[in-house]
Design a protein around this ligand. Structure first.
Ligand SMILES: [Cu+2]
Ligand SMILES: [Zn+2]
Length: 197
């Protein structure tokens, strides 16, 4: 007999036990300890509205917001407007055009303010002032606004743009209606604001 003989002991069982323990610990953490992930709302960075109406005015308006809370850039191209005119342009509360532009409701006003100019502290969120048309009755415009948002509880997605047949007096008309609608007159065209890709 060789006294120096030692049976070779494989290290495999030790490695296997260690791995199994680690895997078990991970499984326990994943099932019982891992904090449940809260679902987050998808961020909307671009929206578009196609405006149409009964009086020949039409166009497309695009809204871009780089991140929630950031300024919104609104760009538009409209045709069929009265030439060389200022025409009231707002976001109204409802994206419901089932009865034409009439069913879009009142100016989007989540803070219960009076009607005003886009630059006023007291204004409806939907107050975007007037759009200036050229001699051909066309208008290309860019509006930067920090109240309008595509995200959060005050998102305008699903609401509607309304282009009016009159000029918005921006709340300076010195009468009751001026502080509600700006006396902007009838609704020449409207379009629902929807998510764009
Ligand atoms: Cu309006
Ligand atoms: Zn208003």
């Amino acid at each position: 007999m060789d006294a120096s003989y030692k049976p070779r002991q494989s290290k495999q069982p030790i490695v296997f036990t260690a791995l199994a323990t680690l895997a078990g610990a991970f499984l326990f953490w994943a099932v019982f300890l891992r904090p449940a992930s809260t679902p987050t709302a998808p961020v909307v960075t671009k929206a578009v509205a196609v405006l149409k109406g009964d009086y020949g005015a039409s166009g497309t308006v695009t809204l871009v917001q780089s991140a929630p809370g950031a300024q919104v850039t609104i760009t538009g191209e409209l045709q069929g407007l009265d030439p060389r005119a200022q025409r009231g342009f707002h976001i109204h509360t409802a994206g419901d055009l089932s009865s034409g532009c009439a069913s879009a409701g009142a100016h989007f006003n989540p803070f219960g303010q009076t009607h005003g100019a886009p630059s006023d502290t007291s204004r409806h969120v939907g107050d975007l002032g007037n759009i200036q048309s050229d001699a051909q009755g066309e208008a290309k415009f860019t509006i930067e606004d920090s109240l309008v948002s595509l995200n959060g509880p005050l998102s305008v997605v699903g609401r509607a743009f309304v282009l009016h047949s009159g000029t918005d007096d921006l709340g300076r008309g010195d009468n009751e209606e001026s502080l509600k609608t700006g006396n902007a007159g009838g609704r020449a065209a409207c379009g629902v604001i929807g998510i764009a890709q």
